[in-house]
Design a protein around this ligand. Structure first.
Ligand SMILES: Cc1ncc(COP(=O)(O)O)c(C=O)c1O
Length: 391
């Protein structure tokens, strides 16, 4: 049978990146003692209030069809939250509600880019970005993110890759996998490039609430000169430890939202009213679980650095946000994948090879900080032992 080219473009993505993770699961199923630091699931349950609100709404019969834009109560709550956070009035007509950031990214890129267009995106990047860009038909143009700049995207690196086909600058702040948070100055400089070349800016801000104490978050939405070209995406997956709720949204110029609405309707015909009600109530107040997660993840990164920095030339890159730390293993003379597989077999510690997030992270490991303190410390000791033996 014949298939559309999109199936070809996406066929090679996915599986290979998760080789260490799948091997770890297989070893655990055989009874091996495995510390799994591959994926980043929040280490707490969602707030009880969120669950109660969803159940109450379900019992109240909030189970009918919604509409492509989102439930009125959620749109109003989003308008209130973003107006307050971004320091300007952001109307309910500037949002579309969708099941999670992932769907938003798919929809936004489908609405903005097509075959022949180029999407500039930081390398390393979150594992699904290549797929959402490829699905649109556009070409991905990786912009290297350098450790010496704290993995914050530099405007000059974007400028150097601009062509007549450049269409979208895809940002992720706070960033997965590096934990980098773009500063207002970074955003102003990146915004200049976007304006000079008439690019859209798509900003994945799903980790906004997991910025570590002492670090400030900034969004390109806060820069008035970018108002007509910024679309931001987020959800309650991270902020409320509720990835299974699949409750997210995008916010952008009303004109973009109106253009994208038929696409959203075509894909989904709206998301679930009972989840929308629970989300609306949750986002009007600071999340009761986000601060605790951010504090714990920051401490765990420090613990890892204390155990690993300097051991056989290893170095922990300390994140400013999010759920992961990066370990620089380049001094060991092994690629990330080979190191991660050997570490898993020898010590039962599962980590993600940096290469899974792009060529720019070859020779690094991504370590999830979402396991209990004692497990993180034990993993640090095992990695140190492994590196000392191999070093
Ligand atoms: C950078 C980034 N964007 C998007 C997502 C997906 O988020 P959601 O659950 O809202 O679809 C993730 C999940 O890990 C992520 O790390």
């Amino acid at each position: 049978m014949k298939y559309a080219p999109v199936t070809e473009r996406l066929a090679s993505l996915g599986g290979a990146k998760w080789g260490v993770h799948f091997r770890a699961r297989a070893l655990a199923a055989q009874g091996r003692d495995i510390i799994e630091l591959t994926i980043g699931e929040p280490d707490v349950l969602p707030p009880q209030q969120l669950v109660d609100d969803a159940v109450t709404a379900l019992r109240a019969g909030r189970t009918g069809y919604s509409n492509g834009r989102g439930e009125a109560g959620l749109l109003a709550a989003l308008s209130a939250r973003y107006s307050q956070r971004r320091g300007q009035i952001i109307g309910a007509d500037q949002f579309l509600c969708l099941p999670g950031t992932q769907t938003v990214l798919y929809l936004v890129l489908s609405a903005l880019a097509a075959a022949g267009d180029e999407v500039l995106v930081g390398d390393p990047m979150y594992a699904t970005y290549e797929g959402v860009i490829q699905a649109s038909g556009a070409t991905m143009v990786p912009v290297p993110l350098h450790a010496e700049h704290g993995f914050r995207m530099q405007a000059a690196d974007v400028e150097a890759r601009i062509t007549a086909q450049s269409r979208v600058l895809f940002l992720n702040t706070p960033h997965n996998p590096t934990g980098a948070v773009l500063t207002r100055k970074d955003l102003a400089e990146l915004g200049e490039v976007a304006r000079a070349h008439d690019l859209w800016i798509l900003s994945d801000e799903v980790y906004e609430d997991l910025v570590f104490p002492g670090i400030s978050f900034a969004s390109p939405m806060e820069l008035p000169e970018l108002a007509e070209r910024v679309i931001a995406a987020a959800s309650i997956s991270k902020s409320h430890a509720a990835p299974g709720f699949r409750s997210g949204w995008c916010v952008g110029p009303a004109e973009f939202i109106n253009r994208a609405l038929p696409l959203a309707e075509t894909m989904l015909f709206g998301n679930q009213p009972f989840l929308a009600d629970a989300t609306a109530a949750a986002i009007l107040h600071p999340s009761p679980v986000a601060t605790g997660m951010a504090q714990r993840f920051q401490v765990r990164a420090v613990v890892l650095a204390g155990l690993l920095d300097g051991v056989a030339g290893l170095k922990v890159h300390r994140p400013d946000a999010g759920m992961f730390a990066l370990l620089d293993i380049r001094a060991m003379g092994m690629g990330g994948e080979a190191f991660a597989l050997a570490l898993l077999e020898a010590e039962g510690v599962a980590t993600m090879p940096g290469e899974s997030f792009g060529a720019g992270l070859a020779g690094w490991l991504r370590i999830s900080l979402t396991r209990p303190d004692a497990e993180i410390a034990e993993a640090g000791r095992r990695i140190a032992r492994f590196a000392t033996q191999r070093g």
